[in-house]
Design a protein around this ligand. Sequence first.
Ligand code: G3P
Ligand code: CA
Length: 254
Amino acid sequence: MTKIYAHRGAKGTYPENTMLAFEKAVEMGVDGLEVDVHMTSDGQLVVIHDEYVERKTDGEGMIRDMTLEEVRALSAGARYKDFEAYESSWEAEKVPILQEVLELAEYHDIELNIELKTNKVLYEGIEEKVDAMVSGYAIEHKIVYSSFHLPTLIRIKTINPNARIAWLNKKVPSIIYDYINTLKLDAVHLSYNAVLKKTGKIGKSEDKVRVWTVNDVDDAERFFELGVEAIMTDFPREMLQARKEYKAGEAGIG
Ligand code: G3P
Ligand code: CA
């Protein structure tokens, strides 16, 4: 059955890419977490979506120009006062370091999709650093690396031939299985609207396709029917419920 990954954590309800959002998603029962990784000026791996901190923290600047200490001094929860679930304790949420997320994955039965955000800034050596850090935990089988930037995936696979890699694409590539076989991809991570428009291009590779970002129940049902490997969502609770109902419908219950 199609897996459900929490996109940047349960980001529809909690501050994205924070430990709070990841822990809440795990509590909800997701199959996996999707996280975004950048590198600071002192070579530390941090979990945040953008190349800069303005949108989702109370700070200013580019991650590549900031030290870990500077990034960790920021609040990753302060900008979420308009969220229904907001509590003042969110102010204390920090931009996580990758180790914190790996520790969470180590102690729970979840997969972890580490997206390397290398398509706008070239973080030299990030692939080696991430692989070295992950190898310190016995969870390699739970990790899938993704990137829009193909050279990053090729570097990861060269460093560690056992690494599972997934190519992020806003379009459905033609002859998709050729990319999967030739680049030894674990999967292709595709935009949901591209897949909905070009379902036929998936061919028989649906078990090698994960789809982002699926927040609509009707869309989710189409992907369950199609049999894609996973969907990524900002609203894991709702999508888990949709999957439960879909399964019950298939079994003729209710
Ligand atoms: O990994 C799927 C999705 O997260 C890619 O887009 O911009 O949300 O990182 P973005
Ligand atoms: Ca992402």
